[in-house]
Design a protein around this ligand. Structure first.
Ligand code: 9MR
Length: 370
């Protein structure tokens, strides 16, 4: 059913009847620009979500694991790994000839509870954490050596003001935990691409700090291939001029590829995480206004802004090697529960019926013209 909209586009944009059945795909539309990636969950990778599985195979040439390779999932106890879901994810990518991305090796969040502490619950010493990081990275990267082509090695280590996040990794190892993670990942698979990944990358102080950190690693001879700009956006943030400055600065100042790694855009009223949003029923309703569907004006605003962002990515396709959306269809998205739990959001490229969003039509039209 998700191809119905595509067939209409083909019919309406070509006079050449034999092209009516040619359904253009996103990966074709952007093939000269960048890889089109998607974060998939365990159901999509395994095929339990057969529609999501089919859309991923049809439209995308890169996948990233939304959750199944995170530390608490894949390495729940020191001597216990859980491979089933990660194996299925990699198998799906290989069967479809996709560029497979592993996410993520070192992250303060969703870190398994045992990872940073001893049996008394106290943070471990530096040597113990190094050894645990080495084992974790060697085992996971080693298992998928030559198959997973790129890794988000460290995720979300720098704050908006440019300081280092006060995570357990930082408290125990200081800034050195980042170069160590890159070193271990490279030792485990010398051919894999290695990325630093973070959000709010439009923030100038954060941008500068990440450039300094990445260049510091490169000067030491460590491999860093890419800087991942997550791209969790809203209808009124970030400032796209600032975001664009970061695309250019990351590429020009480090020589790394830029990747848009977790793109989505909320259609809902923007709230900050700290806002006291659940005081009254009226307040809750005003923050969740589109439970029965997105009205035409809100849909237009969202589509217009998404096209503006996509045009910016295309404009900088000499610097951007991949654009990955963070989830398959609107119903799958984490944005339905963040920063307010239980909202109905419309942040992704496919709606709850797996219909493609209209703003993509103009890019697909070009495929038929080629
Ligand atoms: O989309 C992911 C969601 O399903 C998980 O519950 C959550 C916690 O593991 O992580 C979400 O993905 C995050 C990503 O791994 C890192 N950047 C922020 C993303 C949204 O929270």
């Amino acid at each position: 059913m998700f191809i119905a909209g595509m067939a209409m586009i083909a019919v309406s944009t070509t006079s050449c009847s034999q092209k009516v059945d040619a359904e253009p795909t996103l990966k074709e539309a952007f093939k000269d620009d960048f890889l089109m990636g998607i974060a998939i969950n365990a159901d999509q990778a395994s095929g339990r979500d057969s529609i999501g599985n089919a859309i991923a195979a049809k439209h995308f040439n890169s996948i990233v694991a939304e959750n199944v390779m995170k530390c608490e999932k894949i390495h729940p106890q020191e001597n216990e790994y859980f491979w089933d879901d990660a194996d299925a994810f990699v198998k799906f990518g290989e069967e479809n000839g996709m560029f497979i991305i592993g996410h993520c090796l070192v992250w303060h969040s969703q870190c398994a509870p045992w990872f940073l502490v001893n049996e008394n619950g106290e943070e471990v010493d530096a040597e113990t954490l190094k050894q645990r990081m080495r084992d974790h990275i060697y085992t996971i990267v080693g298992r998928y050596k030559g198959r997973v082509k790129g890794w988000d090695v460290v995720n979300e280590a720098i704050m908006e003001d440019g300081s280092y996040r006060d995570s357990g990794f930082y408290r125990i190892l200081g800034e050195e935990f980042i170069p160590l993670a890159f070193q271990y990942a490279h030792e485990a698979d010398p051919d894999a691409e290695l990325y630093y990944n973070d959000y709010s990358m439009n923030e100038p102080a954060k941008r500068d700090a990440i450039i300094k950190m990445v260049n510091g690693m490169k000067q030491r001879g460590l491999r860093v291939d890419g800087i991942g700009m997550q791209g969790h956006m809203g209808i009124d943030y970030p400032d796209l001029g600032d975001f664009e400055k970061s695309i250019v600065a990351f590429a020009d100042s480090t020589g790394c590829n830029v990747m848009i790694t977790e793109w989505d855009m909320s259609s809902l009223p923007t709230v900050t995480q700290s806002a006291n949003v659940s005081d009254t029923v009226a307040a809750r309703e005003s923050l969740n206004p589109y439970v029965d569907g997105l009205p035409a004006d809100a849909a237009k605003a969202w589509n217009d802004r998404m096209a503006q962002v996509m045009d910016m990515f295309v404009k900088h396709s000499d610097k951007i090697s991949r654009v990955t959306v963070w989830g398959m269809s609107d119903g799958d998205s984490w944005r339905n529960d963040w920063p307010v739990v239980g909202r109905t959001d419309y942040p992704l490229l496919f709606d709850r019926n797996h219909e493609m969003k209209p703003f993509l039509g103009k890019y697909l039209e070009n495929v038929n013209k080629q």
